[in-house]
Design a protein around this ligand. Sequence first.
Ligand SMILES: [Zn+2]
Length: 73
Amino acid sequence: MAEKKCPSCSSQRFYVKDPQDEYEFYEFDVKGGEPVLSPETPETHWSNIGEDTETYCSRCAWHGKFKTLKTTG
Ligand SMILES: [Zn+2]
């Protein structure tokens, strides 16, 4: 199965900013190429992550659109 990883450090942990509040962040793991948010994350935020969503790596300074994550496998 294809996996998505950070192009810089190969981490699979990322976060996105809440479009309603730039100081709010939602962390998630990418498994099987899909974002997997923690169960505490409100369901409304799941749909905020699309191919063009600005995505930030949790481990390094990389950020870019979700679709630009490195695909492996
Ligand atoms: Zn990274």
